[in-house]
Design a protein around this ligand. Structure first.
Ligand SMILES: Cc1cc2nc3c(=O)[nH]c(=O)nc-3n(C[C@H](O)[C@H](O)[C@H](O)COP(=O)(O)O)c2cc1C
Length: 389
């Protein structure tokens, strides 16, 4: 159906969470660049993130910020494990805000997938050759002492004191993100990393209070939610990214949508404002997946949570490619926000272009930064007149 330029596209409508208003519904999804130095962002990160704020995304997430050096995926991960990170993170938050986006940060611990090569170095566990060039492996933490897959590092099975320490690391990460001036915060509890590993019966082999029943497996995530909420300003929103299903090829035994619905309600009780709906990652290699990676394949998870969990807002993500697809997610009531990752790498102006595609060339003046939009509006008008002539 051709867009109706008389009607404001839903993607361009503001969205308020607590006292923070996103100027539109388009979110830059967190994306690790594997280019940090000792956890600190470099000029690469600054220009990378600024492009998306200038490119019209109403909210721009940093990549995952590891709450502990030992919780890094790779030596190139960004961190927030000490106060030393705050000034560099503040620079990013201020830059994003000055470009019109709500600056958002994501807190992370890789757990059993820690100590890994950068994607372009193999994406496998760090080995002898990596140690030789200065990247020695370390022992990951997990709720199990089984390696993720053959050849992967055997993790240390966490004790209650390890668990308490990581909860405190998330709390400290939240305090630092608040000091850096971010306006939204997300806890990464998806993709087979530490928190997801606790949630899923396929990742969690603990006994005692943190393993076994659903209630016990959720305990770590809920303690993190409480600790982060207590250390994050009351007026600012908190998001949780979940793998709504394990999608490991073994789903009758894994984490399922019914578990996600229980968890989402419990998170809401603890002051989580929005669920960012992803999936998968518990197993390696990812070929065990059974849900086809087709366009918008994760959107139904966001829709179901929104429908069945008493009005918890959701963020949809995953192979959402076009403005029309994103608009349809909102029009069908499947989510409140739409997060874009790889399409934005392909086209950092994705959000600005979506505004024009759905709202017509007046959006060059109304939405684009004037330094670009003033020219592009006139260019578009001349082209339209030339076509009519
Ligand atoms: C380069 C890259 C890095 C990523 N890093 C993160 C990350 O730091 N945290 C996270 O939650 N997801 C991460 N993801 C997943 C994306 O946020 C997103 O959920 C996924 O790519 C699906 O969305 P898309 O189809 O729009 O790319 C990453 C994805 C890519 C491509």
């Amino acid at each position: 159906m051709p867009p109706n330029f008389d009607q404001e596209p839903l993607l361009l409508t503001p969205f308020k969470l607590r006292s923070v208003t996103l100027p539109n519904r388009m979110v830059l999804s967190p994306m690790q660049m594997y280019k940090a130095k000792d956890g600190l962002p470099t000029d690469w990160h600054v220009q990378h993130l600024a492009k998306f704020a200038v490119g019209g995304f109403g909210c721009v997430f940093t990549e995952a910020l590891c709450v502990d050096a030992a919780g890094r995926n790779t030596y190139g991960d960004m961190g927030v494990w000490s106060d030393d990170f705050v000034p560099a993170l503040r620079k990013i938050a201020e830059l994003l805000r000055s470009c019109g986006a709500v600056p958002a940060a994501q807190l992370h611990h890789c757990g059993p997938k820690s100590a890994r090569q950068r994607p372009w170095e193999g994406y496998g566990p760090l080995g002898a050759a990596d140690a030789e060039r200065g990247d020695p492996a370390w022992q990951p933490l997990a709720p199990s002492d089984n390696a993720k897959a053959v050849g992967w590092h055997r993790p240390k099975k966490m004790t209650e004191s390890d668990i308490a320490q990581v909860v405190e690391q998330f709390a400290a990460g939240a305090r630092r993100c608040a000091r850096a001036g971010f306006d939204m915060l997300e806890v990464h509890a998806a993709h087979g990393y530490l928190i997801h590993s606790f949630l899923s019966p396929l990742g969690n082999e603990l006994g005692g209070r943190y393993g076994g029943s659903l209630e016990n497996r959720m305990r770590f995530a809920l303690e993190i939610a409480e600790a982060v909420r207590a250390n994050w300003p009351e007026e600012k929103p908190l998001s949780f990214r979940l793998s709504c299903v394990d999608d490991s090829g073994n789903d009758s035994e894994g984490w399922q949508m019914k578990d996600t619905l229980v968890l989402a309600r419990e998170l809401k009780k603890r002051g989580v404002d929005i669920i960012d709906c992803s999936s998968g990652g518990i197993g390696l290699p990812p070929t065990a997946r059974i849900v086809a990676r087709s366009p918008m394949f994760q959107v139904p998870y966001a829709g179901q949570i929104r429908r069945e969990c008493e009005g918890i807002p959701t963020m949809a993500v995953g192979l959402i490619r076009t403005a029309q697809e994103a608009e349809s997610v909102l029009a069908r009531g499947m989510a409140d926000l739409v997060a874009i990752a790889r399409e934005a790498l392909f086209d950092p102006n994705w959000a600005l272009k979506a505004a024009v595609e759905l709202g017509g060339i007046d959006k060059f003046s109304a939405v684009w930064p004037p330094s670009y939009g003033w020219w592009l509006y006139r260019r578009a008008r001349s082209l339209a007149l030339a076509e009519q002539a």
